[in-house]
Design a protein around this ligand. Sequence first.
Ligand code: BTN
Length: 233
Amino acid sequence: MIGEPRTHVAECESTQLLLGPEDPEGAIATTDHQTAGRGRLGRRWIEAPGTAVIVSVLLRPPAGRRAPELSLVASVAVALALDDATGRSSAQIKWPNDVLLEGRKVAGILAEMKGVAVVLGIGINVNQTAAELPPDTKLEAASLRTLDGVVRDREAVLASLLRRLDCLYTEWRAGGLGALHPELAGRDFLRGRRVGAAETVGVAAGIDELGRLRLETPTGLVHVESGEIVLEA
Ligand code: BTN
């Protein structure tokens, strides 16, 4: 069961550091504030104290399974949890691990290997005011509060996230991305947009059943496994 045992601290450098291979699968670490929150690609993840859902989860995917798929499993879980919170069905996934509402980034996911275990870190902007959001992000940031003015119980958002993740992770363990794929495809923010991935520029043409981003380029179809996707003009 994802969510047990739970370690909660008022403040830490990063919840990613509070879990290790010795912890049981499903263990989580939460905090009210990180002093050195980690984002993808060496970036920082910054949140004002007491405003966000900050959680790391220890998972042990079966041997031979593609761990990067876990970011997509988490993205779908976060999107569903955001919809639970807003009562709408509008959260989108910017492959592979940003979750957006109204085109703005509300949540991010970071998957880090620790031996054979994976520590999945999730940050959701819940109650930040506009002034509390980081100004210079590649993708404009938002919180649930800046989008609809509602201040929410962060524990309720966390509970919904853990319930969604537990269910989707069980499905993924049993059968890979197949069962999740329709939900993933339906929430694909990049589809039809012109994007860049490393040296390649093309039009995003969906996420395949292995979780790779399909790019239509002038020289043919390319499958992107990982990395940063930049929106092109
Ligand atoms: C990203 O968008 O670049 C990923 C952000 C991941 C942030 C979460 S918050 C919980 C966990 N602890 C961290 O230091 N990072 C992740």
